[in-house]
Each structure stands twice: as C-alpha cells, then as structure tokens.
Ligand binder design. Structure first.
Ligand SMILES: [Zn+2]
Length: 319
C-alpha cells in the first residue's frame, strides 16, 4: 500500500479490481512520466493513464492489468476468419432498439483528457476544415438533453463546457454519425443506427476514423494498438453495442443467467441507460468489453450474434 499519497485518494476499496492489485505492487515505485509528470500512484488513483508516453514508462506495471482485462497483451489486427455479411433485419424490430459503433482515439503529443480549450486547438485546427464543430456550451439545455437521450453524446461530454465539442457528420432518420471531442478520450467517433444494423454503423464510423487519421496523428503503439485514457479501451479502441428491450427475459429471471454466462465471452450486458446503470425499463445494452486480441470485425460479429441470440430467446418467451 502507498502510505503517503498527498491526495489521500489511494486505497484498494472503490478502485477497479485491476488497479487494486497494482497498489500492493507499487509501494516503492518512484518512476515518473517525462511528458505528463504522472507517477504510477497518480495513474492508479484515477485509474486512468496520463498520456501516450505513460504506456512506455509504465509498460511493466500495466502489463498484468492489460492481461487480466483483455486476456491478451497485443492487438490482433488480422482478420483470420471470413465473416458473413451482417445484414440489417426487421425480424427483431420490436426488440432491438439500436446498434452503435464507437471508436476511442487520442492525439499523439497531447496529455489525455485535458479539460482546457487551448489543448484542443491542435485538434480543432486540424479538423475544422472538414467537419463543422459546435461547442457543447453553445447548445441549449433542451438540445443537450435531447442529444443525451438519443445517446449521441454521453452525460460526461454534456458536462464538459470548457473543451467539449460535437460535430454531427451524417444524419438521416435511421442513422447519426458524430465526432465527440473532450469526453473521456480526446476523440470519440460514433455511429448509431436504429434497429439491428451494426455494419452500417461500422462503415460510417470507420469512414470518419480514416478521414481524421489523415489529418491527425493518433496515439498508437505497434503492440498495444490505439492508446486510450482507460486501459479497458486500448487495442482497437472499438466498442460495438446493441440495445435491446427484453421484458420477457427479465420477467423470467433469465437476464442474470445471461449476464453471468456472457462474462466469460468478454461480453457485457448492462442497463441500457449508461455504462454503470442497472437495467431500466427492461432495456439492456450488449457490448464487447475487450478490445485487444480480437479484431474489430470479430468483436462486431460476436456482439451481433449475442444480440440476435437474446432477441431469439425473447421472441420464444413471448409466444
Ligand atoms: Zn504520461
């Protein structure tokens, strides 16, 4: 245990389990990141990395955590498998509410999550010719609530009135693709589609990811992949998720069973209202919880399969 933490925030209780072990290992660690000046105790206290350089400085310390979280220590960018084209389907129109793909990206050479406008000048300058950004603080309260409700921005971004920006790059009645700046990572690219259509969401988000990559240098490591503020997102930085309405499975007590079983497949099933929420109104979000050792397409395909499996069970219980 670290005894003399000036912030008084070090303690095993209340931190993610993968950092809890690190506290014990860390007691004599005096290393400091030369770029962001974080010690490992600083990182552990936030459970967040300080910058891309931290990944090099604290490689040894974080390796066991990455292994525990993802089951792998390197990215798998090769798709070994042939995947069927994932088609959109109306079969589950009452059950599957929406499909979403999100990429987490950070810019090389900027500390993770600075909450000041100046640090974001580089990003905005690089992108403003191609995308039209609006500051979060310039949206009305009503607009913000609507964006959060439609899951176009997170509650966290809605509260970032200093450096939060949003660019809606593509929008029709079925799909919204956006670039969210100043959430947990510098850039979150996300595409959300009505119903079951992970492929369209993926294609749209990927297009924007590629366009931004031509303008900015992302924090990237050849072994670890995209470097993110939280260790849970490194690798592809991609989260595929599907929102389902499962009243019958909830009523029959089946969801507890599925949540536990799917954990072994590194698939999260959570309440639909947000990352930490309990299932509310029988809404559940199915998403991949590892982004290393599995390619983007593998994750997308797995989430698709689990979502359709749950939807099939829901249908069979409704009859
Ligand atoms: Zn650092």
């Amino acid at each position: 245990m670290i005894a003399n933490n000036p912030k008084g925030r070090i303690g095993v209780t209340g931190y993610p389990w993968y950092f809890a072990d690190a506290f014990v290992l860390d007691s004599s660690n005096k290393k400091m990141c030369s770029f962001c000046k974080d010690s490992f105790a600083d990182i552990a206290a936030r459970a967040r990395m300080g910058c891309a350089e931290c990944y090099k400085v604290f490689r040894e310390e974080i390796a066991p955590m990455i292994k525990s979280l993802h089951g792998h220590l390197s990215i798998n960018s090769d798709d070994q498998h042939q995947f069927y084209k994932i088609k959109s389907s109306n079969q589950y129109s009452d059950i599957i509410i929406s499909s979403r793909i999100r990429f987490a990206r950070n810019i090389q050479g900027i500390k993770f999550a600075p909450k000041n406008e100046q640090a974001f000048d580089n990003i905005m300058n690089s992108l403003s010719n191609n995308f039209k950004f609006k500051k979060i603080k310039d949206f009305s309260e009503k607009q913000i609530n609507e964006l959060v409700k439609k899951r176009i921005i997170s509650k966290q971004l809605s509260n970032n009135k200093t450096s939060g920006h949003l660019a809606i790059v593509h929008q029709n009645t079925k799909l919204v693709t956006s670039i969210n700046i100043g959430e947990e990572d510098h850039i979150r690219i996300q595409s959300i589609c009505n119903g079951l259509d992970l492929d369209t969401a993926y294609e749209q988000a990927k297009k924007i990811d590629t366009a931004i990559k031509e303008k900015c240098k992302f924090a990237f490591d050849s072994k670890l992949g995209y470097l993110t503020e939280c260790l849970t997102n490194i690798g592809t930085g991609m989260r595929a998720s599907v929102m389902l309405h499962l009243p019958e499975l909830s009523k029959n007590g089946m969801m507890t069973f599925f949540v536990n079983q799917l954990r072994d497949l590194h698939i999260d099933v959570r309440g639909g209202d947000g990352e930490e929420s309990e299932a509310n109104n029988n809404l559940y979000q199915v998403s991949n919880n590892i982004s290393m050792g599995r390619s983007e397409k593998e994750s997308k395909y797995l989430v698709f399969n689990i979502a359709t499996m749950l939807a099939d069970y829901e249908l069979s219980y409704s009859r």
